[in-house]
Ligand binder design. Structure first.
Ligand code: 5AD
Ligand code: FES
Length: 365
C-alpha cells in the first residue's frame, strides 16, 4: 500500500509502520507533513523544556552500547554535589524552565535512594512546588519508586532500549542485572504507582531492522505510554558494540530513520509527549529542531554544571558541552522559533495522554 493510503488509515499495523519507516523523497515529506498536522491539531505548537541534570556518571550496569558502562575504565567518573544539583534546579526555576530531569548512571542502594528522596524534597521546597520533576534513574524496586513519587517526582523515564527480548540480549550482558523482563516489570510498576511513564528505544542499532522498529512503536502503543524519548544509536569507541560499527547504517541514515520514527509515532500516538533527543543534535546541528518540526514537543536543555558535562559521555560528539545554561537558553529560543514552535515557559507541559488516560480511569471507576 502507498504512503498516501496508509496515512488515511485509522489503525496502523506492523506492515504499515514498516512502510512509513521506509518512505523516501516525496513520500517522506508526506509523512512529515501529516505528523506536523497531527501535532498542531492535537497538542499545538508549544515546546516544553525539561532542564536536564546529569548528576553522576557512576553506573552499576554494563550495557554494551553505553560510554559510561561500569567496565569502561577510560570514563572519568564524577558525582555532582547536592548543592550543585540544587543550584541547577534553582537555575531552572528562575529561568522558567517549568521542569527538571534528574538523570544519572544506574545505582541501587539505600544511600542513593535517600539522597534522591532528600533532593526531591529540597527541590520542591526551593521552587515552592512549582518545578515539575522527572526522574531517569533506571531500574529500582517498587518501594523506591513509591518513595520518590511521594517525595515529589511525577514523571519517570526508563527506555526499554529495544522491545525485542532477543535483540535486548545482544546489547546487554546476560545476567540478572540486565534482564529484559525485569525492565519491563519496572515500567508497569511505574505506571501503577501513578507516574507519567516514559520509555524509548535506540534507532539504528546493529542487528536491528525496520521491522524491529515497527514493533517498538507497537510496543509503545500497547503499553499506552505517556512519553517517549528515542534517538539514533551513536557508537562509542570504548564499548563492545563498537566492533559492529561497519555493519551500521551510515550516520545520516540513522538520523533520518530517527526522524521517521518520531513522525510515525506522532501519528500513532497523537497526544503523548515526544522528546527531541539530544543524540539527534550530535549528528545534525539542527537535529532537535527538525524533530520538533515533525512531531516532537519536548526539549531537554542540558543544565549539568559545565565542568562535568563532557564526562556524561553515553556516546561521542555530545553537543552543547561547552555552553553555559544561560547561553543555551537564548540559543534555543531562537532555534524553536525557526521551526514555528513556541516555548511554554513556566509550564509543566504534562502529557495530555496521561491526563486523558487517568481521567478515563476515574470515570469508569
Ligand atoms: N547512543 C545513543 N544513545 C545512547 N544511550 C546510551 N548509550 C547510547 C549510545 N551509544 C541512551 C540509552 C539510555 C539513554 C539515557 O541514553 O537509550 O537509556
Ligand atoms: Fe545548547 Fe544552543 S542549544 S547552545
Amino acid at each position: 500500500m502507498g504512503v498516501i493510503k496508509i496515512l488515511e488509515k485509522e489503525i496502523l499495523d506492523r506492515e504499515d509502520l514498516v512502510n512509513l519507516l521506509s518512505a523516501e523523497a516525496a513520500d517522506r515529506q508526506l509523512l512529515f507533513k501529516k505528523a506536523e498536522e497531527v501535532k498542531l491539531r492535537e497538542i499545538g505548537n508549544k515546546v516544553h523544556f525539561r532542564g536536564l541534570v546529569e548528576f553522576s556518571n557512576i553506573c552499576g550496569k554494563d550495557c554494551y552500547y553505553c560510554g559510561i558502562r561500569r567496565s569502561n575504565r577510560e570514563a572519568h567518573r564524577y558525582n555532582v554535589t547536592d548543592e550543585q544539583i540544587l543550584d541547577a534546579a534553582r537555575f531552572a526555576h528562575e529561568n522558567d524552565y517549568g521542569s527538571l530531569v534528574m538523570q544519572a548512571g544506574e545505582l541501587e542502594s539505600s544511600a542513593f535512594t535517600n539522597r534522591i528522596e532528600n533532593l526531591l524534597r529540597e527541590i520542591k521546597k526551593l521552587s515552592d512546588g512549582k518545578l515539575g520533576i522527572t526522574l531517569s534513574l533506571g531500574e529500582q524496586s517498587r518501594e523506591v519508586y513509591e518513595r520518590w513519587y511521594e517525595a515529589g517526582a511525577h514523571r519517570y523515564l526508563l527506555r526499554i532500549e529495544t522491545s525485542n527480548p532477543e535483540l535486548y540480549k545482544k546489547y546487554h550482558p546476560n545476567d540478572a542485572l540486565h534482564d529484559f523482563e525485569k525492565r519491563l516489570g519496572c515500567l508497569y510498576t511505574l505506571k501503577s504507582i501513578g507516574y507519567q511513564t516514559g520509555t524509548g528505544v535506540m534507532i539504528g542499532l546493529p542487528f536491528q531492522d525496520r521491522g524491529h522498529l515497527a514493533e517498538d512503536l507497537l510496543f509503545m502503543k500497547d503499553f499506552d505510554v505517556d512519553m517517549v524519548g528515542m534517538g539514533p544509536f551513536i557508537e562509542h569507541q570504548h564499548t563492545p558494540l563498537f566492533q559492529y560499527r561497519h555493519q551500521l547504517l551510515p550516520i545520516q541514515e540513522r538520523f533520518d530513520l530517527a526522524l521517521k520514527m518520531i513522525a510515525t509515532l506522532r501519528i500513532l500516538m497523537k497526544d503523548i509527549n515526544i522528546a527531541a533527543a539530544t543524540a539527534l543534535q550530535a549528528i545534525d546541528p539542527m537535529g532537535r529542531e527538525k524533530a520538533i518540526k515533525v512531531g516532537a514537543n519536548i526539549i531537554m536543555p542540558n543544565i549539568t554544571p559545565g565542568k562535568y558535562r563532557n564526562d556524561y559521555a553515553l556516546y561521542e560528539n555530545k553537543p552543547c558541552v561547552d555552553e553555559e545554561p544561560e547561553e543555551c537558553k537564548n540559543c534555543l529560543d531562537v532555534r524553536i522559533q525557526l521551526v514555528d514552535g513556541k516555548i511554554g515557559y513556566g509550564e509543566w507541559g504534562d502529557s495530555k495522554h496521561f491526563a486523558r488516560r487517568t481521567e478515563q480511569r476515574i470515570d469508569h471507576g
